[in-house]
Design a protein around this ligand. Structure first.
Ligand SMILES: C[S@@+](CC[C@H](N)C(=O)[O-])C[C@H]1O[C@@H](n2cnc3c(N)ncnc32)[C@H](O)[C@@H]1O
Length: 240
């Protein structure tokens, strides 16, 4: 049998999801489908362990601004970006450890990173977690960003899965390309992420009604994506 035929792939992945999620009992402070204004680490610690199938995390990382002084911090778009609470590396690792705790076995974390972090590697953030890197998407923003050499147009979504790592019976949509183009308005937030692709990703690894969390939600693009796909959103931002 030749590799790549439908027969040969049939045993590797499926269009059905057999994972079941335990009923989640939330403390009063965590209201689903709202823009909670709170600290993300506090938020994560209020969620029971092994409870949610999907998380998104888009850190407000400091690293790139420290390494690359483009001279626009505090000006125009840089002004809005600098005004946001930055996350030191240790805080990012704590967020990821918190997410790892809340995910069900074989649950997914979609982690947004830029070119700098993709090249440097994110393994220090994964220390002590049960998260494996299983895939990567490249988002072509269609904008003309900064850069001393080439100008940035891409951002990256690293797909992590809590052990045990498997696709069959877990990931049920198989036509999502790993390079995506989606125009996003950054009127509401300087780091807004694409709603459609986040919706497709959450739909691939959850059932309708399942919880999707985002502990640093910014413009709450994940809330909008969850609404579009009938998922239950739970998330916060320091700025609400
Ligand atoms: C990169 S942005 C997220 C953008 C978001 N993915 C979107 O699509 O709009 C990161 C966000 O983290 C928030 N933030 C920083 N520290 C935080 C903390 N300790 N708890 C919660 N949110 C925090 C910032 O206010 C910022 O809005």
């Amino acid at each position: 049998m030749s590799v790549g035929t439908s027969q040969s792939t049939a045993g590797v992945f499926s269009n059905t999801r057999t994972v079941t999620v335990p009923k989640l009992v939330l403390p009063d402070v965590l209201k689903p489908n709202t823009r909670l204004k709170m600290d993300g680490l506090e938020f994560l610690s209020a969620i029971p362990a092994d409870a949610v199938p999907v998380a998104f995390f888009d850190p407000q990382y400091r690293g790139v601004l420290e390494k690359l002084a483009y001279g626009n911090e505090g000006k125009v778009r840089g002004k809005r970006r600098s005004a946001l609470q930055q996350m030191p590396e240790e805080a990012i690792a704590n967020f990821i450890r918190g997410i790892d705790r809340t995910l069900i076995p074989s649950g997914h974390l979609f982690l947004w990173v830029d070119k700098f972090h993709l090249c440097q590697g994110i393994h220090p953030w994964l220390d002590g977690t049960r998260l494996d890197i299983v895939d990567l998407l490249t988002w072509n923003k269609g904008t003309f960003g900064m850069g001393y050499r080439t100008r940035r147009r891409g951002e990256y979504c690293i797909v992590l899965q809590k052990q045990p790592r498997k696709a069959k019976g877990v990931w049920k949509i198989h036509n999502i390309p790993d390079v995506i183009q989606e125009q996003v308005s950054q009127r509401d937030h300087p780091h807004s992420k694409p709603i459609d692709i986040q919706g497709q990703l959450m739909a691939a690894v959850s059932h309708e009604g399942d919880f999707v969390i985002d502990p640093a939600a910014g413009s709450f693009s994940v809330l909008q994506a969850a609404r579009n796909h009938g998922r239950t959103f739970l998330g916060c931002d320091l700025n609400g």
